[in-house]
Write a protein that binds this ligand. Structure first.
Ligand SMILES: [Zn+2]
Length: 121
């Protein structure tokens, strides 16, 4: 593990900063706080997508595999997952296959399937 001398690094109040190509110092985010940082940014900006979160963080922060890490964290966001599910449900209710053509036997069968499914969950 050879450490390359990096003259763009600066330690300030126990935080490591690295000078970017544009000359501005960015925080080198310690691994332990990458997740909370990404989660908070994602939440504060209204559960924005991976790209926007990445762009926001990129302005002042650096960490390893930035885009992939952000993508992985947002992918498992609770609220975004639920939003996705409700979107699918809303879309599903618009689909009305053969309205008024349902036979009594069909109702009985689908009701049974629903009860069975509920019990399993
Ligand atoms: Zn989210």
């Amino acid at each position: 593990m050879a450490q390359r001398a990096d003259h763009n690094l600066m330690l300030h109040q126990n935080l490591l900063f690295r000078q970017s190509n544009t000359g501005e110092y960015q925080i080198v985010v310690p691994g332990a706080i990458v997740r909370p940082l990404v989660e908070e940014t994602h939440r504060i900006y209204g559960h924005c997508g991976t790209y926007k979160t990445f762009k926001l963080l990129q302005q002042n922060h650096q960490f390893k595999n930035m885009y992939q890490t952000i993508k992985g964290i947002i992918k498992v966001c609770d609220l975004c997952q639920k939003a996705k599910i409700s979107n699918l449900t809303a879309r599903g209710t618009n689909v009305k296959p053969n309205p008024g053509k349902t036979k009594r036997n069909d109702i009985g069968r689908s009701h049974g399937a629903l009860t069975e499914g509920t019990r399993r969950v």
